[in-house]
Design a protein around this ligand. Sequence first.
Ligand code: ADP
Length: 303
Amino acid sequence: MIEIVNVSKRYGSNTALDDIQFTIEEGSCYGLVGPNGAGKSTLIKILSGVLQDFEGDIMVQEDSVAKNRMKVKKRIGYIPQDICLEETLTAQENLTYFGSLYGLRGRDLKRRTAEVLDQIGLKERGKDKVLTFSGGMKRRLNIGCSLLHKPAIIIMDEPTVGIDPQSRNSIFSIINQLKSEGSTIIYSSHYMEEVEHLCDSIGLIDKGKLIESGTMEALLAKYKKPSLFIAGDQLEIELLSRHGHVEPKGNGFLIESERPLSALQDLIGEFRKNGIEPSRLELYQPKLEDIFFNLTGTQLRDS
Ligand code: ADP
């Protein structure tokens, strides 16, 4: 288990993290979600032992990051947001270099380099220089560099920013494979849909504070409000609000209703009577984005 205990971090007068406290279960995939500037990278750097000057502590299976940083670091594979590779070397040479930094030598290093090249889908490109790689391939190699020592905990800071959908999918397969092997994964992102898709637990961070934490199921159950989503040109709020509280959402409206199915039937009747044809009308399942909106009053859009 990883326990984040009252962690705060200030940069001059700017409080990047304010008394953060939560736990991450072993073998889970934990998503750290929040807008840009929320404090995700700062927390990840502290967790990975990269940033040493902070208040509070983090316990990784009983070992303190503050007191025993090097011991904890050996169990962690940290994948930074910025790609950190030597472009004039081949993929294989980069992996070999990082493996040697983790203390691997000789046959073990050779074997792990080959295994990781395969794991990140770059087996055929191992002997090519990194400068010939696409952005997505570099990101995958960047991930590979942190896996050579077989860390039990893998920490990824926004690994899919600025890459094509195909590379994004191949990063998801790497993560799914690591999950199936029982690794603990901490995944930071401002893309809600990615986190929903990959993670079983989440922490929502906003302006340096943890505003919610728990399993995806528990959070959705806690904040779930039965709703209808409706979109179309001729909609009038007055008519919609007869059926519950109305909030604009994307190109339409969300209507909260205790009895969404009856509201849906009634609305269809009223639309027929008034000659209104909505472009979409459906029962709505709340998403992470709605929880964030509920808690902060601001949208966290994929951007
Ligand atoms: P996120 O990863 O969620 O985008 P960060 O952890 O990068 O957020 O940043 C949190 C806050 O800390 C922001 O206000 C950012 O400007 C500030 N910050 C981050 N790194 C530094 C730094 N090295 N020096 C000063 N301020 C920083």
